[in-house]
Design a binder for this molecule. Structure first.
Ligand code: NAD
Ligand code: MG
Length: 412
């Protein structure tokens, strides 16, 4: 029985994690939850999973949460009220909760950084969904893992696929292969991408893309931010940086392949030219479950993969002109230091501004590019945590300033 904490329990990753815990009650017990603003869903989760501690991201919802839980107790729907905490300190306390063996990080964006670090410092194993944390703060997160001995188990489907393929190699014992140290025999990674919402659109059509168009994914059902990232292919660019930090390959050996059916979740190439791939239906529960159960496999009643039913698996090279975000991510990754933090923050902000309908879809990459270019003036090669946090806030501000100038031009 593994005790788990779920950070971002009300989101797409969080709810799927809790569904897994509910489906396999002999394997997993939920001890801590953290959430943003969805109190209805959070109260329901508290009733079902009876965690020991619950953290709210913002103090404003605390009074209401207490009243609702008291009400549930009076109605005999809840026996014990969990410890309730809030704000950054509260999130850290829940993330580092003593009883937990594994922390599933389902918070979206760089907001997940400090709780993830708190969990790592407490020696917890991490099922990493919150990629932005590693992308922004790889140079800070990796040494903390060495110090505490906590392991980073990828829950992102592509990185889970790579991780699963690596189980059949001589480096199987390493949950994470060390960054910057070339591993003989491990030649390259091919990250597969569905192509996102606009894979069949022309650049001309993209100029007219609406928020509704960009938040409708053909294969995966996910939170809004990552769905827009999939439409710009920034998600794949971010995953290139995530793969670099997780598996230690240099950027020239991490490639992107468009695979519209999302059946092959990624591939690795070995020194003898063999390529290993991991396959499955496009369902996030599989990579989440593997991160939760590693190194074991759990028997599931889930739908078996049926290749004749799919009939056709196709692949093509990504279109760099249509999707400039990919190249921006490669450049930021190669630049290293604080540049991925600036890229990530500018992307989070540009996507938020797009969702507010203040800019057009095609302005997202230009805002990120302008912010990264400006960041060369205050860039740091070997950042500490304070530098990363500073750059994250700085890049958001600069991105908003560029957006204001741009939207004045666009909408005047
Ligand atoms: P989501 O928007 O559905 O859920 C986000 C969760 O984080 C919610 O519980 C929300 O309350 C919480 N949250 C939001 N802002 C917060 C803040 N400032 N402080 C604390 N909590 C906050 O997002 P998602 O799609 O579940 O994605 C979560 C993470 O997992 C992202 O980093 C994403 O890139 C990654 N991921 C998601 C999927 C997927 O299928 N959804 C796949 C791979 C990776
Ligand atoms: Mg992914």
């Amino acid at each position: 029985m593994k005790a788990i904490s779920v950070l971002g329990s009300t989101g797409s990753i969080g709810t799927q994690t809790l569904e897994i815990a509910e489906e396999f009650p002999d394997q997993f017990k939920v001890v801590a939850l953290t959430a943003g603003r969805n109190l209805d869903l959070l109260c329901d989760q508290i009733k079902r999973h009876k965690p020991e501690i619950v953290a709210l991201a913002h103090s404003s919802g605390m009074q209401q949460l207490k009243e609702r839980l008291n009400g549930l107790q009076l109605e005999n729907q809840l026996i014990n009220i969990p410890k309730l905490v809030c704000g950054p300190e509260g999130l850290n306390e829940a993330a580092a909760w003593g009883k937990a063996d594994l922390v599933v990080t389902g918070i979206v964006g760089c907001a997940g950084l400090l709780p993830t670090l708190a969990a790592i410092k407490a020696g917890k194993d991490i099922a990493l969904a919150n990629k932005e944390t590693l992308i922004a703060a790889g140079p800070v997160v990796l040494p903390e893992l060495e110090k505490s001995g906590s392991r980073l188990l990828p829950a992102d489907s592509e990185h889970s696929a790579i991780f699963q393929c690596l189980q059949g190699t001589p480096w199987a014992d390493n949950a994470r292969l060390s960054t910057g140290v070339p591993t003989p025999g491990f030649k390259s990674i091919q990250l597969t991408a569905s192509g996102g919402a606009f894979r069949d659109w022309s650049i001309e059509d993209l100029k007219k893309a609406t928020v509704h168009d960009a938040t409708s994914h053909p294969n995966w059902s996910m939170g809004k931010k990552i769905t827009v990232d999939s439409a710009t292919l920034m998600n794949k660019g971010l995953e290139v940086i995530e793969a670099h930090y997780l598996f230690g390959l240099d950027y020239d050996h991490i490639e992107i392949v468009i695979h519209p059916q999302s059946i092959i979740h990624s591939m690795i190439e070995l020194s003898d030219s063999s390529v290993l791939a991991q396959m499955g239906w496009p369902d996030m529960k599989l990579p989440i479950l593997y991160a939760m159960s590693w190194p074991n496999r759990i028997e599931t009643p889930w739908k078996r993969l049926n290749l004749p039913e799919i009939n056709n698996l196709t692949f093509k090279k990504p279109d760099k002109t249509k999707y400039p975000c990919m190249q921006l991510a490669y450049s930021a990754g190669k630049y290293g230091g604080t540049m991925p933090a600036a890229l990530n923050a500018a992307n989070e902000e540009a996507v938020a501004i797009f969702l507010e309908e203040q800019i057009h879809f095609l302005e997202i990459p230009s805002l990120i590019e302008l912010t990264c270019e400006k960041h060369k003036e205050n860039f740091k090669q070997e950042p500490n945590l304070e530098d990363i946090i500073y750059v994250d806030l700085w890049a958001r501000k600069i991105c908003r300033e560029f957006a204001k100038k741009q939207s004045r031009k666009l909408f005047s």
